[in-house]
Design a protein around this ligand. Structure first.
Ligand code: NDP
Ligand code: 2IT
Length: 452
C-alpha cells in the first residue's frame, strides 16, 4: 500500500471516527486501482496529487431549524462537502436520509469527483444533504424543511460555484422548494440547482437520466465484452426510487424481463415481469410501501412472490442474467454475490453509489462477471444535470430526443474510455480499474495545470 494511504488509515484508526469507514472503503478501492499509474509517472507524487485529492476543499456544516405540522420545533444538521473544483464548479446531489453523516457525504463527494471527470464535462465534485427523514412528512413539512435548509446553503452555492441536485430523498419536489427559497433570498433566477421541474428550467429527461444511462452503459459493456443484447434476458433490480424505476423502464423498453424491485422494507418478485405502471403509482404518486403491490395483485387473484419484510438481500437470491443494484451503498454482500454467480448471473451494473461491498466486488472480478462500477454506470444523472446547466446558461430548451441522444453518446464514450484504459494498464475487462484510472487522470492533470 502507498505511504499516503497507510498514513491516512493509521490516522483514521486512531481518530475514533467510525463514520469515516465508508469514505475509506471508497478511497481504498480508488488508490488500489491507480497505484500502477502513480508508480509509472512521478509527476503525481511530485505534485502531491493524492494528498490533495483525498481532503475536501471544505466541509460546510450547519443547523437547520424548522417547525412541523404540530407546531413543534425540529432541529437537523445540514452539510455540503465541496470536494474538488479542478474541472468545473462543484457538482453533486443532496441526500435527505436519517443515516446521513459527514463520512457518508465524504464518500459520495469523493466518488463524485471521479464520476464527473469520467463524463468529460466541465464539472467538479461535491455532495451534501441532511439527516432529515422525509418519510411520513407532509408536503408542507417538506417545504418548510427545504426553505430552512436553503436559508443557510444559499451562501455557498451559485451557478459558477456549486450546483446541487437530487439524490436519495431529494427529487423534483424538493429541488423545486429549494429553488423557490434561493430565488426569494437572493432575488436572482440562476440555474443554481439541477433536477428542477421542467416548467421552470429543468431539463427534459433529467428524471429518467440515471436509470436510462445505467442501461445504455450496460448495453455498451455487454456488446463489447460478450456481443450479447439485453433483449429477452431476465434482470433483477433493487430499489424502487428514481434510479430503479427508470432502469426498469429502459430495460423493459429494450425487451428485457425485469422480475424484481425492492424498497427499505422488502423485496418483490414477479415472474410475469414487474408492473411498472403500478410501481410508479405506489412509489412516485402515493409515496407508499411496495407492499401495496401485493394487495392490488391479490385482488386480481394473482399473488407475486414477495419477501416482506426482508433484510434487503432476497433480491440477490433470484436467478437472473443481469443484476442492477439501485438502492443504496453496501446493499450487495459477498453472500449475495455468491448467490448471483451460482444462479448464472453474468453482468452486474451499479445504479446506486457503491452498492457492492469490496468482498462482493472481488468475487465478481475473480469470476469474470461483467461489472459496471457506479462511478461509470450511474454517471448519466449528473451528465444530464450538466446539460441542464448548459440549457439554463444559454436560455435554451432541448428536446427529449436531443437529451436522450447526448446521454446515450456520453454513456457509450465512458464505456469505451474505461475499456481502453483498462487494456492500456494491463487489466483488460476490469472496469473498476479502468474507471478509477481514467477518472483520476483527468482531475490530476487539471490540478497540475492549475498549480498549487
Ligand atoms: P430514491 O430516494 O428515489 O430511492 C431510493 C430507493 O432505495 C427507495 O426505494 C428506498 O426505499 C431504497 N433505499 C434507500 N435506502 C435504503 C436502505 N438503507 N435499504 C434498503 N433500501 C433502501 O433515491 P435514488 O433512486 O435517487 O437513489 C438511489 C441510489 O442511486 C443512491 O445510491 C444514490 O446515491 C444513487 N444515485 C442517484 C442519482 C440520481 O440522479 N437520483 C444519480 C446517481 C446515483 P424506500 O422507498 O423504502 O425509502
Ligand atoms: O450521485 C449522483 O451522481 C447524483 N446524485 C446526481 C448528481 C447531480 O448533480 O445530478
Amino acid at each position: 500500500m502507498l505511504d499516503i494511504i497507510k498514513n491516512e488509515f493509521d490516522k483514521f484508526k486512531h481518530s475514533n471516527c467510525a463514520d469515516d469507514a465508508i469514505f475509506f472503503q471508497a478511497m481504498e478501492e480508488v488508490i488500489t486501482s491507480i497505484t500502477p499509474l502513480l508508480e509509472s509517472d512521478a509527476k503525481y507524487k511530485r505534485y502531491a496529487i493524492l494528498d490533495r485529492l483525498i481532503i475536501p476543499d471544505r466541509i460546510i456544516k450547519f443547523k437547520v431549524t424548522w417547525m412541523d405540522d404540530k407546531q413543534v420545533i425540529q432541529v437537523n444538521t445540514g452539510y455540503r462537502v465541496q470536494f474538488n473544483n479542478s474541472l468545473g464548479p462543484y457538482k453533486g446531489g443532496l441526500r435527505f436520509h436519517p443515516t446521513v453523516n459527514e463520512g457518508i457525504l465524504k464518500f459520495l463527494g469523493f466518488e463524485q469527483i471521479l464520476k464527473n471527470s469520467l463524463t468529460g464535462l466541465p464539472i467538479g465534485g461535491a455532495k451534501g444533504g441532511s439527516d432529515f427523514d422525509p418519510k411520513g412528512k407532509s408536503d408542507f413539512e417538506i417545504m418548510k424543511f427545504c426553505s430552512a435548509f436553503m436559508t443557510e446553503l444559499h451562501k455557498y452555492i451559485g451557478p459558477r460555484m456549486d450546483v446541487p441536485a437530487g439524490d436519495i430523498g431529494v427529487g423534483a419536489r424538493e429541488i423545486g422548494y429549494l429553488f423557490g427559497e434561493y430565488k426569494k433570498i437572493t432575488s436572482t433566477y440562476d440555474g443554481v440547482l439541477t433536477g428542477k421541474p421542467f416548467i421552470f428550467g429543468g431539463s427534459l429527461m433529467r428524471p429518467e437520466a440515471t436509470g436510462y444511462g445505467v442501461v445504455y452503459f450496460t448495453e455498451a459493456m455487454l456488446e463489447h465484452e460478450r456481443k450479447e443484447p439485453l433483449k429477452g434476458k431476465v434482470c433483477t433490480v433493487s430499489g424502487a426510487g428514481n434510479v430503479a424505476i427508470y432502469t426498469i423502464e429502459k430495460l423493459q423498453s429494450l425487451g428485457a424481463i425485469v422480475v424484481s424491485c425492492s424498497d427499505s422494507a422488502g423485496t418483490l418478485y414477479d415472474s410475469r415481469g414487474i408492473d411498472l405502471k403500478l410501481i410508479k403509482e405506489i412509489k412516485l404518486e402515493k409515496r407508499a410501501s411496495l407492499e401495496e403491490y401485493l394487495s392490488v395483485n391479490r385482488a386480481a387473484n394473482y399473488i407475486p412472490v414477495a419477501d416482506y419484510p426482508d433484510g434487503g438481500h432476497s433480491v440477490w437470491a433470484i436467478p437472473c442474467y443481469a443484476a442492477f443494484p439501485c438502492a443504496t451503498q453496501n446493499e450487495l454482500t459477498k453472500v449475495d454475490a455468491d448467490n448471483l454467480i451460482k444462479n448464472g448471473c453474468v453482468s452486474v451494473s451499479e445504479g446506486a453509489n457503491m452498492p457492492s461491498t469490496p468482498e462482493a466486488t472481488e468475487l465478481f472480478l475473480s469470476h469474470k462477471i461483467c461489472f459496471a462500477p457506479a462511478k461509470a454506470a450511474n454517471a448519466g444523472g449528473v451528465s444530464v444535470s450538466e446539460f441542464e446547466m448548459s440549457q439554463n446558461a444559454s436560455m435554451q430548451k432541448w428536446s427529449f430526443a436531443k437529451v436522450d441522444e447526448k446521454l446515450k453518446e456520453t454513456m457509450q464514450q465512458i464505456c469505451k474510455r474505461i475499456a481502453l484504459t483498462a487494456k492500456d494498464y494491463g487489466v483488460e475487462g476490469n472496469y473498476i480499474d479502468g474507471a478509477n484510472i481514467a477518472g483520476f487522470k483527468r482531475v490530476a492533470d487539471a490540478m497540475i495545470a492549475e498549480g498549487i
